[in-house]
Design a protein around this ligand. Structure first.
Ligand code: TYD
Ligand code: MG
Length: 455
């Protein structure tokens, strides 16, 4: 018999190499290749005599039980899930260590248990005493959550098999689980995948909603669990700056609802507090208009959020290479916008340091932010404050045109609700029914004229 070939699996992205290398050829991570069990070779013959069974086909219009979602008791979590927990579904909850995943899930577990659901919380990272202390701090000591500290998937599933299946099963985290059926240490791709497979099968068969916690590596991808993204129904990411209070729960994939929905929380002394109206949150103390600050009505899924964009320009005396630093926005996009401002508007940033910051630790992904960023940059460069109580939105093309973005009406309604009654945006964006003075900006040089000429 041929000797099984060795294979090496990257623990960051799951790609397979035939030989060990210091750097993964696919994702360029260092020291992530680990020897893995050889790939299984399946027999090529498939018929009833070789152990196969015939499967049954069903029509698409077969009567189906309606999706019975269950609320988690946290409206922001329900919103991000697309309306609550779906029985039998598997949810992957990713996030940096320390961002608050265990806190959020213990809170949801407590609320569900207090409203009559049965919840099993398995912690593979912390002793039961530690988890209990956290629950106590959040005022959930009386919640009938069934808590255990365990890492063996066999033990967990044996226990669950001997009881009524719970409404919710939380596994914190999937990287600490191990199965004795699979070779390798906990946290390796084959272990993570194998353990998740067994747990997800249990969820599907029993109708238990399953949440797997997964840690994320520094490049922002769910480590190891990236290989789980296709196995689960919902992928959520819990984000935020550790130094800020605010946390945003995003759905990156959802088989039962829309993606890009967000839930907003604030980390407090007694756990996470829900933030129902996030717009005010990201606008820092804006009493007097200051140069370099522009307000952008962002869209997060179906929800508008007003955020403040701050720019700072520092002229350099020496010929040193100027810095460009961005927090909360894409640095490539900033470079593009600076190039457009130079080429189309005749502004000169080449000898200046440029700092861009999105207030409140918020991370913008909405392409409509271009015009607001441009306005902040121009305002900072000219040391002129932008008109007060105004919002800016629109996508900027390389030619310097301002292009329309989706949901113009929702953005302006939200702005008006918070007292921003002026809007600058692409042609055709005016909304007659909204109480807003709308100024059309067709080309980026128009912004420069508006801000830098004496109006
Ligand atoms: P945790 O949920 O343990 O993070 P994760 O599971 O994502 O690793 O949260 C850890 C942080 O949250 C920790 O730095 C302390 C902070 N925290 C609070 O500020 N208030 C609280 O009530 C709790 C429980 C935690
Ligand atoms: Mg944790």
């Amino acid at each position: 018999m041929a000797k099984p070939k060795r294979r090496y699996v990257c623990q960051a992205c799951g790609s397979v190499s035939q030989r060990w290398q210091g750097q993964c050829p696919d994702c360029a991570e260092w020291n992530t290749l680990v020897e893995d069990a050889p790939a299984t070779v399946f027999s090529a013959k498939h018929d009833l005599s070789s152990g196969g069974r015939a499967i049954r086909f069903e029509p698409l219009d077969a009567p189906n039980e309606k999706l019975q979602r269950r609320t988690t008791g946290l409206a922001e979590l329900d919103r991000a899930l697309g309306g609550g927990l779906v029985p039998g579904s598997a949810i992957l909850m990713g996030g940096d260590p320390g961002i608050g995943k265990s806190t959020l899930l213990m809170q949801a577990a407590g609320k569900i248990a207090l409203s009559g659901g049965s919840v099993v919380y398995i912690s593979g990272e912390e002793a039961a005493g530690q988890v209990r202390m956290r629950a106590e701090r959040m005022g959930l000591a009386k919640a009938p959550v069934q808590l255990a500290s365990a890492t063996s998937v066999r033990d967990i599933l044996t226990t669950l098999g001997g009881m009524e299946p719970p409404t919710l099963l939380v596994i914190d985290s999937i990287q600490t689980m191990h199965s004795d059926q699979i070779e390798g240490a906990p946290g390796t791709v084959s272990q993570v995948r194998g353990c998740a497979f067994e747990l997800i099968r249990f969820a599907k068969e029993s109708g238990t909603a399953l949440v797997l916690v997964g840690h994320v590596t520094k490049d922002g991808n769910i480590a190891g669990p990236r290989v789980l993204e296709h196995m689960v129904d919902v992928v959520m990411s819990f984000e935020g700056e550790r130094s800020h209070q605010y946390r945003i729960l995003r759905s990156l994939k959802n088989r039962f609802g829309p993606v890009d929905e967000i839930g907003v929380f604030a980390m407090q002394g007694q756990g996470l507090e829900e933030v129902g109206n996030p717009s005010m949150l990201f606008l820092s103390g804006r009493e007097n208009p200051v140069p370099g600050s522009a307000v952008f009505p962002a869209m997060e899924g179906t929800r508008p959020v007003l955020v403040e964009i701050q720019a700072l320009i520092v002229r350099l005396q020496s010929g040193a290479t100027p810095r460009r630093a961005v927090v909360g926005w894409d640095s490539g996009r900033l470079a593009m916008l600076l190039a457009v401002l130079e080429a189309r508007c005749g502004l000169n940033f080449s000898s200046a340091e440029v700092y861009l910051n999105v207030a409140g630790g918020y991370r913008l992904s909405d392409p409509g932010a271009d015009l607001a960023v441009a306005a902040a940059l121009i305002s900072a460069l000219g040391d002129r404050a932008l008109p007060s109580h105004a919002v800016w939105f629109g996508e900027v093309s390389l030619a310097g045109e301002v292009r329309p973005v989706a949901h113009s009406g929702i953005r302006q309604r939200e702005a008006a609700k918070l007292g921003f009654h002026r809007a600058f945006g692409p042609p055709g964006g005016a909304q007659p029914e909204v109480d807003t003075r709308y100024a059309e900006i067709a080309l980026l040089p128009n912004v420069v004229d508006r801000i830098l000429s004496d109006a």
